[in-house]
Design a protein around this ligand. Structure first.
Ligand code: NAD
Length: 487
């Protein structure tokens, strides 16, 4: 594999250059299936963040003056380079995140799509001409770049979750300092930097400082960072919101979820169990848009559980370099142990495992659990593992109440043969995203992605929402004649 590329081994990416971090320390990157350390990234210190912000500040001032056509051209070149590197990035994502090839390919295509949509965003109108109460006054609401955006990303979809912020931020005239998760510093950061360098993107526009909490904190606090975009856990998001609040800094948070899949009595069974399995088991259940709660009408519950369990039992679990495998390893031992604990707690309180269970490390078998109650941690907390807890309800009103009884509000799905009934229920669900007759994991570059409550704060990622995310409004007037004031 070509991950031994010396350009980024042990390095950070600052001002268009790969270089050693200030402390000369490195992050060993594990293949999540074999546990082999197959690459190293530089471990950025706060001093590297300072250098990165300085480089980004200088680059942003020049970049914001470039024409939209020039900015769009750079973004299209980056997209083309990214696609050219698909085989390399695919293997990297498989090893670094423990995902199957299909998920890796999805990430690469989605990241390219983010870049192409962002290229189009660059030429969107940059403001409006407003009516004015002052005769002859030209009154403009003009969009201006925010400045340097600090981006902090998680490990689960490191390439696309970085790119969905980097691409629109750059399109609208900003520069970025990116801190990827220490679990995925390459596909989440240095490999992206390498694509930028190969596409001849202007130096300093994207800087990558892989690191841990200390590095993230410095990025959030740095006075040169005008805005922080964070994707990750609700716990860390809360801390970042508090820091940004004290500093009166713009912040956008994409956080966790505990998403519900509502299966109504008239749902088509084969479809429902397929959607249920995909919603809970894709990428080992390690996504914010995984279904963590299956709310099923009693009339269909037994058949649904049987069908879902049969699908779960048929999934091949193992090293995802093997193309037959459907489910790879858990990201790390800590996440796996936490999921096993949630499961054991539920069983101790009366739940029953129909199929699956923790299995053998580093894997976790796709698991279906019945007899779950609303008080169990398995029901109330974000699980982040391939576990499908099923709770049976007697009518649609109860299904709605149970679905909305969560502090989170990321995504829900409702399955029914009656579209009017599905739509009516969808409109009463409190999540930021709702799908009728489809799985909870959905994402399109043009759609507003994001949640309510503990699932997010700030705007939405995607499409026109990005205009509001990555620009400030400036009210600009030009007087129509001489001014007259009392003194
Ligand atoms: P995490 O919150 O532990 O870490 C996310 C990032 O924050 C990492 O880069 C980490 O190094 C950094 N970080 C940790 N502590 C920090 C601090 N105090 N200050 C600044 N940065 C800090 O999350 P994770 O385990 O990497 O990812 C899983 C979580 O992400 C889940 O809760 C999942 O739901 C959420 N997520 C949300 C979305 C979304 O779009 N809503 C998408 C993917 C994942």
């Amino acid at each position: 594999m070509t991950t031994q590329d010396p350009r980024w081994q042990q390095n950070v990416f600052v001002g268009g250059q790969f270089r050693r971090p200030a402390g000369a320390a490195a992050i060993g990157v594990r293949d999540k299936a074999s546990d082999e350390v197959f690459a190293t990234a530089g471990l950025a210190e706060p001093a590297d963040v300072d250098d990165a912000v300085e480089a980004a500040t200088a680059a942003q001032q020049v970049w914001a003056q470039r024409t939209y056509a020039e900015r769009a051209e750079v973004l299209r070149r980056i997209a083309a380079t990214l696609i050219d590197r698909r085989p390399y990035l695919r293997e990297l994502l498989i090893r670094e995140t423990g995902c199957i090839a299909g998920k890796a390919d999805y990430e690469i295509s989605a990241a390219a799509s983010e870049l192409m949509e962002a290229a189009a965003l660059a030429s969107r109108p940059s403001g409006e001409v407003l009516a004015s109460n002052h005769a002859g006054r030209l009154s403009l609401s003009e969009r201006v770049p925010v400045g340097v955006v600090g981006v902090i990303t998680p490990w689960n979809f490191p390439l696309v979750l970085g790119m969905r912020v980097i691409a629109p931020a750059l399109a609208l005239g900003n520069a970025v300092v990116l801190k990827p998760s220490p679990e995925t510093p390459i596909s989440g950061g240095l490999a992206i930097a390498d694509v930028f360098a190969a596409a001849d993107a202007p130096a300093g526009l994207l800087n990558v400082v892989p690191g841990e909490e200390k590095t993230g904190r410095r990025l959030v606090e740095h006075p040169g960072i005008a805005m922080v975009h964070f994707t990750g856990s609700t716990k860390v998001g809360r801390e970042i919101a508090a820091t940004a609040g004290a500093l009166l800094k713009k912040v956008s948070l994409e956080l966790g979820g505990n998403n519900a899949l509502l299966v109504l009595d008239d749902a088509e069974l084969e479809q429902a169990t397929m959607i249920g399995a995909w919603s809970s088991f894709h990428y080992q259940g390690q996504t914010c848009i995984t279904a963590g709660r299956h709310i099923v009408r009693r009339e269909i519950a037994d058949a649904y559980v049987a069908g879902l369990s049969a699908r779960a039992a048929a999934i091949i679990v193992g090293n995802p370099l093997d193309p037959a495998v459907g489910l790879g390893p858990m990201i790390n031992a800590r996440q796996r142990a936490r999921a096993a604990e949630l499961l054991a707690d539920a069983v101790a309180e009366g739940a029953r495992i129909v199929t699956g269970g923790p299995g053998t490390a580093p894997y976790f078998e796709p698991t279906v659990v019945v007899g779950v109650t609303e008080r169990m941690r398995l029901w109330t907390e974000e699980i982040f593992a391939p576990i499908a807890p099923v709770l049976v309800v007697d009518d649609d009103a109860e299904a709605l109440r149970v679905a909305n009884d969560t502090g989170y509000g990321l995504v829900d799905s409702v399955l029914t043969a009656d579209l009017a009934r599905g739509l009516a229920i969808a409109r009463q669900l409190s999540a930021g995203m709702v799908h009728v007759n489809d799985a909870t994991p959905q994402d399109e570059a043009l759609a507003p992605f994001g949640g309510t409550g503990q699932s997010g704060l700030g705007g939405r990622a995607g499409g026109d929402s990005n205009l509001d995310e990555f620009t400030e409004r400036r009210w600009l007037t030009v007087a129509g004649g001489p001014a007259h004031y009392p003194y």
